[in-house]
Design a protein. Structure first.
Ligand code: HAM
Length: 418
């Protein structure tokens, strides 16, 4: 065993599972592309202040979980714990907030949070996210939710639910927070908890301790404070979701882990994952952009946890679709067959097929084992006889059946098959 191991709590994907990971990630991205989102590729580290200001100091993410260090120039740098703040920074920096609106972007990559590792909770994890900036319309809220939901359905996931809520506008929250604070002031809580509550009173709903949960059960509910405008917006989002045939449940006690949320907020929860059941979440953020120095634009987006979605697919027994498998595994038999085999493989690849070759001087049995392990859909043995006659047997690796093929037309035949 190597003396080196990956740092504690990181997720890694290597063959054969990496192919499955890739399939999940691509399916999520594909759904974003289909709704007009374009790639935004950002650094994995930013100025620490971007996150303390953007994500909020009362959050666990900022107060306990950031990977922060000083770089060689003495600047405080943080590995991105989430994607939205970085997107805002970039959109402002490149003046996209002053151009054609909305700005619709997707991103995919690693994020970092120093959490206690367990299955589905990692210190380096993967998200696919989208942000739609510069639109107030409730229809875009529904679109964002639908991008995630369509991707889950495309993957074949069934055992998940969508929870939605509205956190209201600033007027809603001002009134609500006042009442919530006076409710909290009647409770018997320790100093640290009160300090947390004084930065963001809503955080107390997120407390894991039973006794705090019990105390908060009697607290006022934000949903009862929505202004008529916020209410109408939320009603329209629900109406759209119904039109889209997307099932949802209202969760009026949802607390998102990041402070920038306003209005529509949502979470996707998978039933087969145990404690780490949140496979994605997001919502609207009204003041974030202006708080970071940009135009006063609203936005909405989500982050989907690719690691957890992969676990969810595995829990539901979802198979990798055959079109992602290697299409052909070529097995040259004997020295003379090697060059024609690699040449044929190369021609087929150029024509658009995916092809691998059994390298080395393996006996037929070993080479066929390698073909099996490769996950290829078809295998073809190329020996001196096949080269001389121009005829070979194409073996279907799933069924075990073989059919005779002419080498000259192999490319056409395979292209027709796929
Ligand atoms: P978030 O809810 O903090 O939102 O994270 C989104 C998803 O990332 C979670 O639902 C979960 O699937 C995954 N995730 C979070 N932490 C971990 C972890 N330690 N290990 C594995 N997976 C994890 C955000 O990050 C927002 N930026 C989403 C957003 C975009 N809101 C608006 N726009």
């Amino acid at each position: 065993m190597s003396k080196f191991q990956a740092p504690k709590g990181v997720s890694e994907y290597f063959p054969d599972r990496s192919r499955y990971f890739e399939f999940v990630r691509e399916t999520l991205i594909d759904s974003a592309r289909r709704s007009g989102y374009q790639l935004i590729e950002l650094p994995v580290f930013e100025d620490t202040e971007l996150f303390t200001r953007g994500v909020g100091e009362s959050t666990d993410v900022v107060s306990k979980e950031m990977y922060t260090f000083e770089d060689r120039g003495g600047r405080s740098i943080t590995l991105r714990p989430e994607g939205t703040a970085g997107v805002m920074r970039s959109v402002i920096e490149h003046n996209l907030d002053r151009g054609q609106l909305p700005v619709k972007v997707w991103y995919s990559g690693q994020f970092f949070r120093a959490e206690r590792p367990q299955l589905g909770r990692y210190r380096q994890f993967y998200q696919v996210g989208i942000e739609a900036i510069g639109l107030q319309d409730p229809e875009i809220d529904a679109e964002v939710i639908a991008v995630a939901d369509s991707a889950f359905k495309k993957l074949g996931l069934k055992n998940y639910r969508l929870e939605i809520t509205s956190l209201g506008d600033s007027q809603t929250r001002e009134k609500y927070t006042k009442d919530l604070r006076s409710y909290i002031s009647t409770l018997d809580l320790d100093e640290a908890t009160l300090a947390r509550a004084s930065i963001n009173a809503l955080r107390l709903f997120d407390d894991k301790r039973e006794e705090v949960r019990a105390l908060m059960a009697g607290a006022p509910v934000l949903m009862d404070y929505l202004t008529s405008e916020s209410s109408a917006h939320f009603d329209r989002v629900k109406e759209c979701l119904k039109e889209f045939e997307i099932d949802f449940q209202i969760n009026n006690r949802m607390v998102r882990g990041l402070d920038y949320y306003t209005g529509t907020a949502f979470e996707f929860v998978h039933q087969g994952l145990g404690a780490q059941s949140g496979i994605g979440g997001g919502g609207r953020y009204d003041g974030l952009m202006s708080q970071l120095g940009g135009a006063d634009l609203s936005g909405i987006g989500f982050g989907l946890g690719v690691d957890r979605i992969l676990l969810a697919c595995e829990a539901e027994g979802i198979q990798l679709p055959p079109n992602l498998a290697l299409q052909l595994f070529l097995v040259p038999m004997g020295e003379l067959a090697k060059l024609p085999a690699v040449k044929l493989a190369q021609e087929l690849r150029v024509a658009g097929l995916s092809v691998d070759v059994a390298y080395g001087n393996r006996a037929l049995k070993g080479a066929m084992k390698a073909a099996d392990k490769s996950g290829a859909l078809f295998a073809l043995v190329l020996g001196e006889n096949e080269i001389a006659s121009g005829l070979a047997e194409l073996k279907n690796m799933r069924t075990g059946d073989s059919t005779s093929v002419t080498l000259r037309t192999l490319q056409e035949d395979l292209l027709k098959l796929f």
